[in-house]
Write a protein that binds this ligand. Structure first.
Ligand code: NAG
Ligand code: NAG
Ligand code: NAG
Ligand code: NAG
Ligand code: NAG
Ligand code: NAG
Ligand code: NAG
Length: 431
């Protein structure tokens, strides 16, 4: 139960999202990168933003319309120096969803990256519902490396309001291919019951959790821990660089997931190291958050998690109210949990300043406002609009929790240090 309740929170964040140095060393060492591709069909995204009724549906329709035609030019990404280790191109859908290709056995899947959960799951060939038929399904009979497990598995997606989306299935074990690496004996979940309301339209098959083992359902060892245990990577770290639309010169490079190393050419200045305040999510204490250097305090010694599975920045509702007031956003701007804002105002809006480990991390309005054609969307939301925040999970008070999703991660180079249980942040070198 413990891990289940935690994962419920993690997945609710995912679903809400409108729903993952040493240069000389890196060349020699086992550093693996996955490149992220970009998709830019904003008119479709906007249409979906305007027609959906819940944040959950909004998120998944974002996914469904993300016409993620993977670019074949992805090999031009900046990760060429580790090409001997294999590079995969992944997809950035609308700056709100970062996913990539993996293999299980020899079967291919497109998985969403999620740092707020710790299980890997894909649909099972045993599921013959139409919703499953829309996705790649794992067929164990076709795999020579399959090992049966059979333990039952269940995971819940909390949605806004009372909707509960439950996925269920069972555990299996096979070889996982990711970033050119082959993880042996990776236990994952074959999903036999996939809710249509949600997955009819998702453009990814499954989810890859990059959180810690203590939040993994059924005590399954997550892929990162297996990569480390099997010595497939040199250092127990991974890094995430999420490229954003708008500043890119190379449209094919949506970012990278670097497994087992770090790449100082991708950030400027020094990394700021922050110890995790709690292990499970990638959670740490933020000293303060303000909007504009003279703005009201939005956070003082608050807790935050880094979540690539969440698109926006999720703030406690009181902080969100203050943010909206400062941005001139009213209830009239609310569209299904997403706030619109006049694009013309973007240039006049203050910076968001997060003080973390005595260092200021600055997000200009151009980063926290998402532009889709002539419509702009605020990068801030809260977990339960007009209702209660998630206040307590597992006895831990989350009423003050900030979820720093893709809107935040997109501006920084972030190293996730599994070994030292810390994160390291630096401004990203613009792509
Ligand atoms: C996806 O994009 C490609 C290239 O931009 C286009 O040819 C194709 O028709 C699009 N598919 C859908 C379903 O919109
Ligand atoms: C991902 O896999 C799909 C299906 O096999 C393939 O068409 C696509 O090119 C791949 N995309 C990337 C970015 O690797
Ligand atoms: C799974 O693979 C086996 C062996 O190739 C095949 O006979 C079976 O029809 C497949 N099952 C599904 C549901 O595709
Ligand atoms: C799922 O998509 C199919 C078309 O691809 C549609 O016929 C069906 O009604 C959809 N189901 C739901 C619950 O949206
Ligand atoms: C199934 O996997 C779980 C998690 O890795 C493990 O604890 C359990 O022993 C496995 N069961 C079998 C029958 O292999
Ligand atoms: C925004 O600015 C453009 C050109 O500067 C103008 O045409 C448009 O009407 C403005 N939009 C609003 C909502 O003020
Ligand atoms: C992406 O770039 C295009 C063209 O540069 C622009 O029209 C669009 O508004 C941008 N969207 C986002 C989300 O930045």
């Amino acid at each position: 139960m413990r891990s289940l309740s935690k994962v419920i929170l993690g997945l609710s964040l995912l679903v809400l999202l409108l729903t993952a140095s040493i240069e000389a060393r890196r060349r020699r060492k086992k550093v693996h990168k996955i490149s992220l591709n970009r998709d830019t069909d904003h008119a479709k995204l906007l249409k979906n933003l305007q027609t959906q009724t819940t944040a959950l549906k909004t998120k998944l329709n974002v996914a469904s319309t993300a016409n993620a035609t993977a670019s074949s030019s992805s090999s031009s990404s900046s990760s060429s120096s580790s090409s001997s280790n294999g590079i995969e191109a992944l997809i950035n859908a609308y700056n709100t969803e970062y996913s990539g290709n993996i293999t299980i056995g020899s079967q291919s899947f497109k998985i969403l990256l999620d740092t707020a959960s710790a299980n890997l799951w894909v649909p099972s060939s045993q599921c013959t519902d139409s919703v499953c038929l829309k996705h790649n399904r794992y067929n164990s009979s076709k795999s020579t490396t399959y090992v049966a497990n059979g333990t039952s598995f269940q995971i819940q997606y909390a949605t806004e309001g009372s909707n509960q989306v439950i996925l269920s299935g069972f555990l299996s074990t096979d070889t996982l291919g990711i970033g050119g690496l082959k993880v042996k004996s990776q236990t994952f979940s074959e999903i036999t019951s996939l809710p249509t309301s949600v997955f009819n339209k998702s453009n990814f098959d499954g989810i890859l959790g990059l959180g810690f083992p203590n939040i993994a359902i059924d005590g399954v060892t997550p892929p990162i821990q297996n990569l480390i245990a099997q010595k497939l990577i040199d250092e127990p770290i991974f890094a995430l660089i999420l490229n954003r639309n708008g500043s890119a010169s190379s449209a094919s490079n949506g970012g990278q997931l670097i497994l087992g190393g770090t790449d100082p050419t991708l950030y400027s200045g020094c990394l700021t190291y922050v110890p995790l305040s709690q292990v499970g999510y990638w959670q740490f204490t933020v000293t303060s958050i303000v909007l504009g250097s003279n703005g009201k305090s939005l956070c003082s010694q608050c807790e935050a998690i880094l979540d690539v599975g969440t698109s926006l920045i999720v703030a406690p509702s009181a902080a969100l109210a203050t943010i909206n007031q400062q941005l001139g956003i009213t209830a009239a701007n609310l569209l299904n949990g997403i706030y619109t804002i006049d694009c013309n105002k973007t240039s006049t809006l203050p910076d968001l300043i997060l003080t973390i480990a005595r260092k200021d991390f600055v997000l200009p309005a151009s980063s926290y406002i998402l532009q889709y054609g002539s419509t702009c969307v605020s990068g801030f939301t809260s977990l339960h609009e007009g209702g209660q925040d998630v206040s307590s999970v597992d006895g831990v008070d989350y009423s003050n929790l900030w979820i720093l999703g893709d809107v935040f991660l997109g501006s920084f180079y972030v190293e996730f240090d599994v070994g030292y249980k810390r994160v390291a942040l630096a401004p990203k070198v613009s792509n």
